[in-house]
Design a binder for this molecule. Structure first.
Ligand code: GLC
Ligand code: CA
Length: 552
C-alpha cells in the first residue's frame, strides 16, 4: 500500500485480498481426477498475476472425505488424495516466494468419527478421550431430544456398546467435539501452534460459533461460553504471530461481529457473516424454497454492516464460497450479460470496507451447473433429494432447488483452458466439468483485453493504491431506488463513488453527474457517452482526490 503504513491498527490483512481454493476442484497434478497440493503449486504464477495476498485452502488434512474434508481424522497430516506434509511445506514456501500466504481451514467444532480421539472415546465411558465428545445416556430409539443435523436426520447417534448417544450437528461421521473439556482445548492449541511454526499465514475457523453448543438447552450457535472459548483460543495461539483469522459465523449479528473482530485483537480478525447472502433464510424460509432477491433488503443489510463495524470491527466481503451458488448465476445474469453482471458484482463488493474474498473461478465469471441427480456429489444435496422425495415433492421441483442452491454449483472443476476437462485433469474428474468451459476459461481471459479476470486484477491493484479502500467511511446513496446500488467511501484524502445498475434494463441515472475532477477508476462498459442513463448491469467507480484540489 502506497500511502498507508502497516501497523497494529492497520494490519496487512486490511488491504489484502484473499482467494479461496477448494483443492479438490482446482488443479490435478497426478491425473487421478482430484485436485491436489502440487496442482496448486503449479498455479501460483496465475494467482500472483491476479494479485491476491493469501490463499484460504479448504481442508486438506487427513479425512475419510464424508464431507469433502470437513471431517478431519488427523489434524497434523495431509490427506493422501491431496499429497503429503512435504507438499504442504513446499506450498507454504513456494507461495511465500510469490508473496502469498496460506490460510488453513480449521474444523474445530467436530472431528471425523475416524479420528483416533473418537475411536478411543467410543471404547468405554472411562476412556480418557470419552469426554472429548458430547454424550448423553438414553435408550435405543429415544434420543435425548428431537434436534436435527444440518445434513438431515437426527443430531443424535446411538452407540449400543456404550448405551449412549453422541451429538453431531452435521453428518453422523462428524461427531461434535466437547469444548467444555480443557484437555481437548489444550490439544487443539498445541496442534494450531504446530501449524503456526510451519509458517501458516492464518486460519479460517469452520462453524466457529457452534463450538459452545449446549444441546440440553437446544443451543447450537452463540452458546454462553462462546466468546470465552474464542478469547482463550486466540490468546494461546493466534496472538503469538502476525496472522489473519476469520471465523465462519452463520449466527452473527453486527453486535456479535464487533465482539469477534474488536480491534483490540482479543478474538479474531473478522468473521464471515451471511446476512446478505441468506436473505430468504434470515426471513425464516428454508434454503431450498426459492424466492426472488429482496433488493432493498440487500442494500439495507450491507449498509448496516458497513456502518456499524466502522472503526469498531472489520468486515469480510464475499459473494461466493464452496457452500454457495455462483453469484453471477444467482443475482447477476449468466446468459447475455454474464460479463457485464459479473464485473458489476465485483465492483460493487470490492469498493466496500473489509477484506474481500474471491472464490476460485469467480474471477472468470464461472456459472452454476445443472447435473442429473446421479452426477451430484455433495452429501447435503444428495440427502436433500432423498428427504424431499420421501416427503412427496415432485422430482422437477427438487431439481430446481438443486440447480439454484446446491453446493456443487461452486465445486465444478476450475476452468483453465478449452482442452478436455477444461485443463483441470487428464484423468476422470471426481465431479463433472461445466460444459461451458469451451467458452469460459482462464487462458482466454488472461489475454483478452477486457475480461472479467482483468477487472478483478485491477480491483485488487486499486485497493492497494488508495487508502480510502481501507479506511474510507461508507455512505449509502439512493436508498429507495429499486435498481441502483450506489455508495461513497470517504477519508481525508479521497472520495470514492460506486454506482451500479443491479438489473438488466437500461435506466435513468439517479445521481447527478460526478464532478469533473472525479476520475473514473474502473467500469464495465468500454465507453461512457452519457451520464443520464445506466445500461444493463452498468457499474462505475469514481475517485475524487482532495489533495489535488488543495494543491491547484
Ligand atoms: C461449514 C463448511 C461446510 C461444511 C460444514 C461442516 O459450513 O463451510 O462446507 O459442510 O461447515 O463442517
Ligand atoms: Ca490428484
Amino acid at each position: 500500500m502506497t500511502d498507508n503504513k502497516i501497523s497494529k491498527s492497520n494490519p496487512w490483512w486490511k488491504s489484502a485480498v484473499i482467494y479461496q481454493i477448494y483443492p479438490r476442484s482446482f488443479a490435478d497434478s497426478n491425473q487421478d481426477g482430484i485436485g491436489d497440493l502440487q496442482g496448486i503449486i503449479s498455479k501460483l504464477d496465475y494467482l500472483e498475476h491476479l494479485g491476491i495476498d493469501a490463499i484460504w485452502l479448504s481442508p486438506v488434512c487427513k479425512s475419510p472425505q464424508d464431507d469433502n474434508g470437513y471431517d478431519i481424522s488427523d489434524y497434523q497430516d495431509i490427506d493422501p488424495i491431496f499429497g503429503t506434509l512435504q507438499d504442504m511445506e513446499a506450498l507454504i514456501a513456494k507461495a511465500k516466494e510469490h508473496h502469498i500466504r496460506i490460510i488453513l481451514d480449521l474444523v474445530l467444532n467436530h472431528s471425523s468419527d475416524e479420528h483416533i480421539w473418537f475411536q478411543e472415546a467410543k471404547k468405554s465411558r472411562e476412556n480418557p478421550y470419552h469426554d472429548y465428545y458430547v454424550w448423553r445416556d438414553g435408550t435405543k430409539g429415544t434420543p435425548p431430544n428431537d434436534m436435527r443435523a444440518a445434513f438431515g436426520g437426527s443430531a443424535w447417534e446411538w452407540v449400543p456398546e456404550l448405551q449412549q448417544y453422541y451429538f453431531h450437528q452435521f453428518s453422523v461421521k462428524q461427531p461434535d467435539l466437547n469444548w467444555e473439556n480443557p484437555k481437548l482445548r489444550q490439544e487443539i492449541y498445541n496442534m494450531i501452534n504446530w501449524w503456526i511454526k510451519k509458517g501458516i499465514g492464518g486460519f479460517r475457523l469452520d462453524v466457529i460459533d457452534q463450538i459452545a453448543k449446549e444441546p440440553d438447552k437446544r443451543i447450537t450457535n452463540n452458546g454462553p461460553r462462546l466468546h470465552e472459548f474464542i478469547r482463550e483460543l486466540s490468546r494461546e495461539t493466534f496472538q503469538k504471530a502476525d496472522l489473519v483469522t476469520v471465523g465462519e459465523a452463520w449466527g452473527a449479528t453486527t453486535e456479535l461481529a464487533k465482539l469477534y473482530s474488536n480491534p483490540d485483537n482479543s478474538e479474531l480478525s473478522m468473521v464471515f457473516q451471511f446476512e446478505h447472502i441468506c436473505l430468504d433464510q434470515m426471513a425464516g424460509k428454508e434454503k431450498w424454497d426459492l424466492a426472488p432477491l429482496p433488493f432493498l433488503k440487500l442494500k439495507e443489510v450491507f449498509e448496516r454492516w458497513q456502518t456499524e463495524l466502522y472503526e469498531k470491527g472489520w468486515n469480510s466481503l464475499f459473494w461466493n464460497n464452496h457452500d454457495l451458488p455462483r453469484i453471477v448465476s444467482r443475482w447477476g445474469n449468466d446468459g447475455k450479460y454474464r460479463v457485464e453482471s459479473a464485473k458489476m458484482l465485483a465492483i460493487l463488493l470490492h469498493g466496500m470496507q473489509g477484506t474481500p474474498y474471491i472464490y476460485q473461478g469467480e474471477e472468470l465469471g464461472m456459472t452454476n451447473i445443472q447435473y442429473e441427480i446421479k452426477e451430484y456429489r455433495d452429501i447435503e444435496s444428495l440427502n436433500l433429494y432423498q428427504e424431499r422425495l420421501q416427503k412427496g415433492y415432485q422430482k422437477e421441483e427438487i431439481m430446481r432447488s438443486l440447480y439454484a442452491k446446491s453446493r456443487d454449483n461452486a465445486r465444478t472443476p476450475m476452468q483453465w483452458n478449452d482442452k478436455e476437462n477444461a485443463g483441470f485433469t487428464e484423468g476422470k474428474p471426481w465431479i463433472k466439468v461445466n460444459p461451458n468451459y469451451k467458452e469460459i476459461h482462464a487462458k482466454r481471459q488472461l489475454t483478452e483485453e477486457n475480461s472479467i479476470f482483468k477487472c478483478y486484477q485491477k480491483l485488487i491493484r486499486l485497493r492497494k493504491e488508495y487508502s480510502v479502500f481501507v479506511d474510507g467511511k461508507f455512505r449509502m446513496l439512493c436508498k429507495e431506488d429499486a435498481s441502483v446500488f450506489a455508495y461513497t467511501r470517504e477519508n481525508e484524502d479521497f472520495q470514492l463513488l460506486v454506482i451500479c445498475n443491479f438489473y438488466d434494463k437500461t435506466i435513468r441515472n439517479p445521481l447527478e453527474e460526478p464532478e469533473p475532477s472525479a476520475k473514473l477508476l474502473i467500469s464495465n462498459y468500454l465507453k461512457i457517452d452519457t451520464n443520464t442513463v445506466l445500461r444493463p448491469y452498468e457499474a462505475r467507480m469514481y475517485l475524487k482526490d482532495f489533495r489535488k484540489s488543495l494543491n491547484s
